[in-house]
Design a protein around this ligand. Structure first.
Ligand SMILES: NC(=O)c1ccc[n+]([C@@H]2O[C@H](COP(=O)([O-])OP(=O)(O)OC[C@H]3O[C@@H](n4cnc5c(N)ncnc54)[C@H](OP(=O)(O)O)[C@@H]3O)[C@@H](O)[C@H]2O)c1
Length: 361
Protein backbone atom coordinates (compact mmCIF):
# COMPACT_ATOMS: atom_id res chain seq x y z
CA UNK A 1 0.00 0.00 0.00
CA UNK A 2 1.31 3.47 -0.86
CA UNK A 3 2.14 5.87 1.90
CA UNK A 4 -0.81 7.91 3.16
CA UNK A 5 -0.69 11.69 3.36
CA UNK A 6 -2.37 13.46 6.26
CA UNK A 7 -3.05 17.17 6.49
CA UNK A 8 -3.29 18.43 10.06
CA UNK A 9 -4.65 21.95 10.58
CA UNK A 10 -3.42 23.55 13.80
CA UNK A 11 -0.39 21.25 13.85
CA UNK A 12 1.56 23.53 16.17
CA UNK A 13 -1.12 23.24 18.85
CA UNK A 14 -1.10 20.72 21.71
CA UNK A 15 -3.01 18.01 19.84
CA UNK A 16 -1.47 18.70 16.45
CA UNK A 17 2.01 18.05 17.80
CA UNK A 18 1.05 14.68 19.35
CA UNK A 19 -0.93 13.65 16.29
CA UNK A 20 2.00 14.51 13.99
CA UNK A 21 4.31 12.30 16.09
CA UNK A 22 1.78 9.46 15.99
CA UNK A 23 1.19 9.62 12.23
CA UNK A 24 4.91 9.90 11.45
CA UNK A 25 5.50 6.80 13.60
CA UNK A 26 2.90 5.02 11.43
CA UNK A 27 4.74 5.95 8.22
CA UNK A 28 2.47 8.78 7.05
CA UNK A 29 3.59 11.79 5.08
CA UNK A 30 2.46 14.61 7.34
CA UNK A 31 1.66 18.13 6.23
CA UNK A 32 0.57 20.67 8.79
CA UNK A 33 -0.78 24.16 8.67
CA UNK A 34 0.27 27.10 10.78
CA UNK A 35 -1.01 30.63 10.49
CA UNK A 36 1.07 33.72 10.20
CA UNK A 37 2.11 35.28 13.50
CA UNK A 38 4.33 38.27 14.14
CA UNK A 39 6.32 36.02 16.47
CA UNK A 40 6.25 32.44 15.14
CA UNK A 41 5.58 29.83 17.81
CA UNK A 42 6.34 26.33 16.60
CA UNK A 43 7.92 25.13 19.87
CA UNK A 44 5.68 22.06 20.09
CA UNK A 45 6.88 20.78 16.70
CA UNK A 46 10.43 22.18 16.62
CA UNK A 47 11.82 18.72 17.41
CA UNK A 48 10.10 17.40 14.26
CA UNK A 49 11.33 20.32 12.15
CA UNK A 50 14.85 19.51 13.30
CA UNK A 51 14.47 15.78 12.63
CA UNK A 52 13.40 16.20 8.97
CA UNK A 53 14.90 18.16 6.09
CA UNK A 54 12.11 20.36 4.75
CA UNK A 55 14.08 21.12 1.55
CA UNK A 56 13.64 17.50 0.43
CA UNK A 57 10.40 17.33 -1.64
CA UNK A 58 9.79 13.82 -0.27
CA UNK A 59 10.25 15.01 3.32
CA UNK A 60 7.65 13.24 5.51
CA UNK A 61 7.09 16.34 7.65
CA UNK A 62 6.41 19.82 6.35
CA UNK A 63 4.60 22.92 7.53
CA UNK A 64 2.61 25.19 5.29
CA UNK A 65 0.77 28.47 5.86
CA UNK A 66 -3.01 28.40 5.96
CA UNK A 67 -5.55 30.31 7.97
CA UNK A 68 -9.06 28.92 8.42
CA UNK A 69 -10.45 32.43 7.93
CA UNK A 70 -8.86 32.58 4.47
CA UNK A 71 -10.51 30.20 2.04
CA UNK A 72 -7.85 30.51 -0.67
CA UNK A 73 -5.15 29.42 1.76
CA UNK A 74 -7.29 26.43 2.78
CA UNK A 75 -7.78 25.45 -0.87
CA UNK A 76 -4.08 25.87 -1.63
CA UNK A 77 -3.09 23.62 1.27
CA UNK A 78 -5.49 20.88 0.16
CA UNK A 79 -4.55 21.14 -3.53
CA UNK A 80 -0.85 21.15 -2.77
CA UNK A 81 -0.73 18.06 -0.58
CA UNK A 82 -3.77 16.10 -1.86
CA UNK A 83 -4.33 14.45 1.49
CA UNK A 84 -5.89 11.04 2.09
CA UNK A 85 -6.95 12.27 5.52
CA UNK A 86 -7.60 15.77 6.90
CA UNK A 87 -7.56 16.27 10.67
CA UNK A 88 -9.09 19.65 11.40
CA UNK A 89 -7.66 20.60 14.78
CA UNK A 90 -7.24 24.33 14.20
CA UNK A 91 -9.44 26.43 16.43
CA UNK A 92 -9.72 29.27 18.85
CA UNK A 93 -9.77 26.66 21.58
CA UNK A 94 -10.24 28.67 24.78
CA UNK A 95 -13.79 28.63 26.18
CA UNK A 96 -13.37 31.66 28.47
CA UNK A 97 -11.79 33.82 25.77
CA UNK A 98 -14.62 32.94 23.38
CA UNK A 99 -16.89 35.18 25.48
CA UNK A 100 -14.63 38.09 24.53
CA UNK A 101 -13.80 37.10 20.93
CA UNK A 102 -17.13 35.50 20.02
CA UNK A 103 -17.17 36.65 16.42
CA UNK A 104 -13.69 35.40 15.49
CA UNK A 105 -14.31 32.19 17.46
CA UNK A 106 -17.35 31.49 15.27
CA UNK A 107 -15.49 32.56 12.14
CA UNK A 108 -12.57 30.18 12.81
CA UNK A 109 -14.32 27.28 14.55
CA UNK A 110 -17.59 27.11 12.60
CA UNK A 111 -16.92 28.66 9.18
CA UNK A 112 -13.36 27.28 9.07
CA UNK A 113 -14.54 23.63 9.02
CA UNK A 114 -17.17 24.57 6.44
CA UNK A 115 -14.44 25.97 4.16
CA UNK A 116 -12.47 22.71 4.41
CA UNK A 117 -15.51 20.48 3.92
CA UNK A 118 -16.71 22.52 0.97
CA UNK A 119 -13.26 22.40 -0.66
CA UNK A 120 -13.07 18.62 -0.16
CA UNK A 121 -16.56 18.18 -1.60
CA UNK A 122 -15.66 20.19 -4.70
CA UNK A 123 -12.47 18.18 -5.35
CA UNK A 124 -14.54 14.99 -5.33
CA UNK A 125 -11.56 13.15 -3.82
CA UNK A 126 -12.16 10.34 -1.32
CA UNK A 127 -10.41 12.26 1.44
CA UNK A 128 -11.42 11.32 4.99
CA UNK A 129 -12.24 14.31 7.20
CA UNK A 130 -11.95 14.47 10.98
CA UNK A 131 -13.57 17.30 12.96
CA UNK A 132 -12.26 18.13 16.43
CA UNK A 133 -15.57 18.36 18.26
CA UNK A 134 -15.78 19.01 21.96
CA UNK A 135 -17.54 18.00 25.16
CA UNK A 136 -18.29 21.73 25.57
CA UNK A 137 -21.15 21.09 23.11
CA UNK A 138 -22.95 19.23 25.94
CA UNK A 139 -22.68 22.32 28.13
CA UNK A 140 -25.48 22.23 30.68
CA UNK A 141 -26.66 18.67 29.86
CA UNK A 142 -26.22 16.62 33.01
CA UNK A 143 -23.53 13.91 33.11
CA UNK A 144 -22.72 11.28 32.02
CA UNK A 145 -22.71 12.47 28.39
CA UNK A 146 -22.59 10.20 25.38
CA UNK A 147 -23.34 10.42 21.64
CA UNK A 148 -27.12 10.63 22.35
CA UNK A 149 -26.94 13.40 24.95
CA UNK A 150 -28.52 16.68 23.79
CA UNK A 151 -26.17 19.56 23.10
CA UNK A 152 -26.75 22.59 25.36
CA UNK A 153 -23.65 24.73 24.77
CA UNK A 154 -22.93 27.45 27.32
CA UNK A 155 -20.38 29.57 25.44
CA UNK A 156 -19.63 30.96 21.98
CA UNK A 157 -16.94 28.26 21.80
CA UNK A 158 -19.52 25.54 22.51
CA UNK A 159 -21.87 27.00 19.90
CA UNK A 160 -19.09 27.21 17.30
CA UNK A 161 -18.15 23.56 17.88
CA UNK A 162 -21.79 22.47 17.75
CA UNK A 163 -22.19 24.22 14.38
CA UNK A 164 -19.07 22.49 13.04
CA UNK A 165 -20.31 19.15 14.38
CA UNK A 166 -23.56 19.46 12.43
CA UNK A 167 -21.82 20.78 9.30
CA UNK A 168 -19.62 17.67 9.39
CA UNK A 169 -22.69 15.43 9.71
CA UNK A 170 -24.48 17.28 6.93
CA UNK A 171 -21.57 16.68 4.54
CA UNK A 172 -21.63 13.00 5.48
CA UNK A 173 -25.37 12.61 5.04
CA UNK A 174 -25.96 14.92 2.09
CA UNK A 175 -22.87 14.18 0.00
CA UNK A 176 -21.76 10.77 1.26
CA UNK A 177 -18.42 12.16 2.40
CA UNK A 178 -16.25 10.33 4.92
CA UNK A 179 -16.66 13.06 7.53
CA UNK A 180 -16.52 12.15 11.21
CA UNK A 181 -16.54 13.83 14.60
CA UNK A 182 -14.54 13.01 17.67
CA UNK A 183 -16.33 14.49 20.69
CA UNK A 184 -13.30 14.77 22.91
CA UNK A 185 -13.53 15.55 26.59
CA UNK A 186 -10.79 17.72 28.10
CA UNK A 187 -7.32 16.41 27.44
CA UNK A 188 -4.18 17.89 28.83
CA UNK A 189 -0.42 17.41 28.70
CA UNK A 190 2.83 19.21 29.39
CA UNK A 191 2.17 20.92 26.02
CA UNK A 192 -1.19 22.37 27.09
CA UNK A 193 -1.59 26.10 26.43
CA UNK A 194 -0.45 28.28 29.33
CA UNK A 195 -3.87 29.85 29.97
CA UNK A 196 -5.78 26.56 30.48
CA UNK A 197 -6.55 25.84 34.11
CA UNK A 198 -4.58 22.59 34.52
CA UNK A 199 -1.43 24.09 33.06
CA UNK A 200 -1.96 27.34 34.97
CA UNK A 201 -1.95 25.24 38.12
CA UNK A 202 1.08 23.03 37.41
CA UNK A 203 3.13 25.95 36.07
CA UNK A 204 1.92 28.07 38.98
CA UNK A 205 3.13 25.48 41.50
CA UNK A 206 6.56 25.44 39.85
CA UNK A 207 6.73 29.25 40.09
CA UNK A 208 5.51 29.25 43.70
CA UNK A 209 8.14 26.71 44.70
CA UNK A 210 10.93 28.80 43.14
CA UNK A 211 9.60 31.97 44.79
CA UNK A 212 8.74 33.67 41.48
CA UNK A 213 5.05 33.73 42.42
CA UNK A 214 3.30 33.96 45.77
CA UNK A 215 -0.31 33.28 44.81
CA UNK A 216 -2.30 31.75 42.00
CA UNK A 217 -5.53 33.45 40.88
CA UNK A 218 -8.30 31.24 39.47
CA UNK A 219 -12.05 31.42 38.81
CA UNK A 220 -14.72 28.79 39.56
CA UNK A 221 -13.17 25.84 41.38
CA UNK A 222 -16.31 23.71 41.46
CA UNK A 223 -16.43 22.89 37.74
CA UNK A 224 -15.88 19.18 37.15
CA UNK A 225 -14.03 17.88 34.12
CA UNK A 226 -13.20 14.50 32.64
CA UNK A 227 -9.45 15.01 32.08
CA UNK A 228 -7.40 12.66 29.93
CA UNK A 229 -3.91 12.71 28.41
CA UNK A 230 -3.73 14.29 24.93
CA UNK A 231 -1.29 11.65 23.64
CA UNK A 232 -3.81 8.86 24.36
CA UNK A 233 -6.59 10.80 22.63
CA UNK A 234 -4.66 11.15 19.36
CA UNK A 235 -4.64 7.35 19.05
CA UNK A 236 -8.45 7.50 19.43
CA UNK A 237 -8.93 10.05 16.68
CA UNK A 238 -6.68 8.10 14.32
CA UNK A 239 -8.89 5.04 14.97
CA UNK A 240 -12.03 7.09 14.27
CA UNK A 241 -10.63 7.97 10.84
CA UNK A 242 -9.54 4.37 10.10
CA UNK A 243 -12.98 2.96 10.97
CA UNK A 244 -14.72 1.34 7.98
CA UNK A 245 -17.54 3.90 8.05
CA UNK A 246 -17.69 7.55 9.10
CA UNK A 247 -19.27 8.04 12.52
CA UNK A 248 -19.20 10.20 15.65
CA UNK A 249 -17.54 9.05 18.88
CA UNK A 250 -17.24 10.34 22.43
CA UNK A 251 -13.66 10.06 23.69
CA UNK A 252 -13.27 10.35 27.46
CA UNK A 253 -11.72 8.69 30.52
CA UNK A 254 -15.11 8.17 32.24
CA UNK A 255 -13.70 9.72 35.41
CA UNK A 256 -14.38 13.27 36.62
CA UNK A 257 -12.66 15.65 39.05
CA UNK A 258 -13.27 19.23 40.12
CA UNK A 259 -10.69 21.96 39.70
CA UNK A 260 -10.50 21.93 43.50
CA UNK A 261 -9.50 18.23 43.27
CA UNK A 262 -6.86 19.04 40.66
CA UNK A 263 -5.45 21.72 42.97
CA UNK A 264 -5.37 19.37 45.92
CA UNK A 265 -3.83 16.51 43.96
CA UNK A 266 -1.08 18.59 42.33
CA UNK A 267 -0.10 20.82 45.30
CA UNK A 268 0.07 17.73 47.51
CA UNK A 269 2.71 16.24 45.18
CA UNK A 270 5.12 18.83 46.62
CA UNK A 271 3.59 18.57 50.11
CA UNK A 272 1.83 21.95 49.94
CA UNK A 273 -1.73 22.86 50.89
CA UNK A 274 -3.34 24.61 47.92
CA UNK A 275 -5.56 26.68 50.24
CA UNK A 276 -2.48 28.66 51.25
CA UNK A 277 -1.73 29.84 47.72
CA UNK A 278 -4.91 30.02 45.64
CA UNK A 279 -7.23 32.98 45.36
CA UNK A 280 -10.55 33.19 43.63
CA UNK A 281 -10.98 36.20 41.32
CA UNK A 282 -14.25 37.20 39.70
CA UNK A 283 -12.49 38.16 36.47
CA UNK A 284 -11.72 34.48 35.80
CA UNK A 285 -15.36 33.41 36.23
CA UNK A 286 -17.35 32.86 33.06
CA UNK A 287 -20.71 34.48 32.27
CA UNK A 288 -22.17 30.96 32.00
CA UNK A 289 -20.59 27.83 33.40
CA UNK A 290 -20.52 24.20 32.36
CA UNK A 291 -20.91 22.56 35.77
CA UNK A 292 -19.92 18.95 35.13
CA UNK A 293 -18.53 16.91 32.26
CA UNK A 294 -18.18 13.15 32.50
CA UNK A 295 -17.97 11.19 29.29
CA UNK A 296 -19.45 7.80 28.53
CA UNK A 297 -17.00 6.44 25.94
CA UNK A 298 -18.51 2.96 25.77
CA UNK A 299 -19.13 3.28 22.01
CA UNK A 300 -15.44 4.00 21.33
CA UNK A 301 -14.43 1.15 23.62
CA UNK A 302 -16.78 -1.27 21.91
CA UNK A 303 -16.33 -0.28 18.26
CA UNK A 304 -12.81 1.17 18.12
CA UNK A 305 -11.27 -0.93 20.90
CA UNK A 306 -9.90 2.31 22.38
CA UNK A 307 -9.37 3.09 26.03
CA UNK A 308 -7.10 5.63 27.71
CA UNK A 309 -3.75 4.42 29.08
CA UNK A 310 -2.89 7.34 31.35
CA UNK A 311 -4.74 7.82 34.64
CA UNK A 312 -5.77 11.16 36.11
CA UNK A 313 -3.09 10.86 38.81
CA UNK A 314 -0.39 10.04 36.25
CA UNK A 315 -1.48 13.08 34.26
CA UNK A 316 -1.19 15.36 37.34
CA UNK A 317 2.28 14.00 38.01
CA UNK A 318 3.42 14.22 34.35
CA UNK A 319 2.34 17.85 34.00
CA UNK A 320 3.83 19.00 37.29
CA UNK A 321 7.11 17.15 36.67
CA UNK A 322 7.45 18.79 33.28
CA UNK A 323 6.84 22.31 34.63
CA UNK A 324 9.30 21.68 37.47
CA UNK A 325 11.87 20.33 34.99
CA UNK A 326 11.58 23.58 33.00
CA UNK A 327 12.81 25.32 36.17
CA UNK A 328 15.63 22.83 36.71
CA UNK A 329 13.79 21.01 39.50
CA UNK A 330 12.76 17.45 40.23
CA UNK A 331 9.75 16.54 42.35
CA UNK A 332 12.19 15.74 45.16
CA UNK A 333 14.10 19.06 44.99
CA UNK A 334 10.78 20.93 44.70
CA UNK A 335 9.57 19.28 47.92
CA UNK A 336 12.70 20.46 49.70
CA UNK A 337 12.17 24.05 48.49
CA UNK A 338 8.47 23.85 49.36
CA UNK A 339 9.22 23.09 53.02
CA UNK A 340 10.00 26.77 53.60
CA UNK A 341 6.62 27.79 52.19
CA UNK A 342 4.40 25.60 54.30
CA UNK A 343 2.98 28.20 56.68
CA UNK A 344 2.66 31.54 54.91
CA UNK A 345 0.94 34.36 56.72
CA UNK A 346 -2.76 34.59 55.95
CA UNK A 347 -3.04 38.09 57.40
CA UNK A 348 -2.11 39.79 54.14
CA UNK A 349 -4.62 42.40 52.92
CA UNK A 350 -6.30 41.41 49.67
CA UNK A 351 -8.13 43.74 47.26
CA UNK A 352 -11.92 43.74 47.79
CA UNK A 353 -12.71 41.54 44.76
CA UNK A 354 -10.12 38.90 45.72
CA UNK A 355 -10.97 36.25 48.28
CA UNK A 356 -8.29 33.90 49.56
CA UNK A 357 -9.67 30.40 49.10
CA UNK A 358 -9.21 29.35 52.69
CA UNK A 359 -11.69 32.09 53.67
CA UNK A 360 -14.00 31.66 50.71
CA UNK A 361 -14.70 27.98 51.23
N1 LIG B 1 -7.61 20.05 24.35
C1 LIG B 1 -8.88 19.77 24.68
O1 LIG B 1 -9.21 19.49 25.83
C2 LIG B 1 -9.92 19.73 23.59
C3 LIG B 1 -11.15 19.08 23.86
C4 LIG B 1 -12.08 19.00 22.82
C5 LIG B 1 -11.83 19.58 21.60
N2 LIG B 1 -10.65 20.24 21.40
C6 LIG B 1 -10.41 20.81 20.08
O2 LIG B 1 -9.33 20.07 19.52
C7 LIG B 1 -8.52 20.91 18.71
C8 LIG B 1 -7.09 20.87 19.19
O3 LIG B 1 -7.04 21.33 20.54
P1 LIG B 1 -5.68 21.82 21.19
O4 LIG B 1 -5.82 21.61 22.65
O5 LIG B 1 -4.53 21.27 20.46
O6 LIG B 1 -5.78 23.41 20.90
P2 LIG B 1 -4.59 24.47 20.73
O7 LIG B 1 -3.38 24.01 21.44
O8 LIG B 1 -5.17 25.80 21.06
O9 LIG B 1 -4.28 24.41 19.15
C9 LIG B 1 -5.12 25.02 18.22
C10 LIG B 1 -4.30 25.34 17.00
O10 LIG B 1 -5.15 25.99 16.04
C11 LIG B 1 -4.46 27.09 15.49
N3 LIG B 1 -5.36 28.12 14.99
C12 LIG B 1 -6.12 28.98 15.69
N4 LIG B 1 -6.79 29.80 14.87
C13 LIG B 1 -6.47 29.45 13.60
C14 LIG B 1 -6.82 29.92 12.33
N5 LIG B 1 -7.66 30.97 12.16
N6 LIG B 1 -6.31 29.32 11.24
C15 LIG B 1 -5.43 28.29 11.38
N7 LIG B 1 -5.03 27.80 12.56
C16 LIG B 1 -5.55 28.38 13.67
C17 LIG B 1 -3.63 27.60 16.65
O11 LIG B 1 -2.62 28.44 16.17
P3 LIG B 1 -2.12 29.73 17.04
O12 LIG B 1 -1.17 29.16 18.04
O13 LIG B 1 -1.51 30.58 16.01
O14 LIG B 1 -3.33 30.31 17.70
C18 LIG B 1 -3.14 26.31 17.25
O15 LIG B 1 -1.99 25.85 16.60
C19 LIG B 1 -9.17 22.28 18.77
O16 LIG B 1 -10.06 22.40 17.69
C20 LIG B 1 -9.94 22.25 20.08
O17 LIG B 1 -11.00 23.17 20.07
C21 LIG B 1 -9.70 20.30 22.35
Amino acid sequence: MSKKTALITGIAGQDGSYLAELLLSKGYTVRGTVRRASYPHTERVDHLLKAYDERDPQCPFKLMYADLTDVSSVRNAIEECQPDEVYNLAAQSHVGISFITGESTLEINALGPYRILDTLRRTGAKTRYYQASSSEMFGASPPPQNESTPFLPQSPYGVSKTTAFYLTRVHRVAYGMFACNGILFNHESPRRGLNFVTRKITRGIASIVTGEMQTLALGNLDAKRDWGFAGDYMEAIWRIVQHHEPDDFVIATEDTHSIRDFLKDTFSLVDLDWNDFVMCEDRYKRPAEVPALLGDASKARRILGWKPKTTYRELCQMMLESDLRAKGLTMESARVLAQKLRKPSRTRAYPANVVPMAKAS
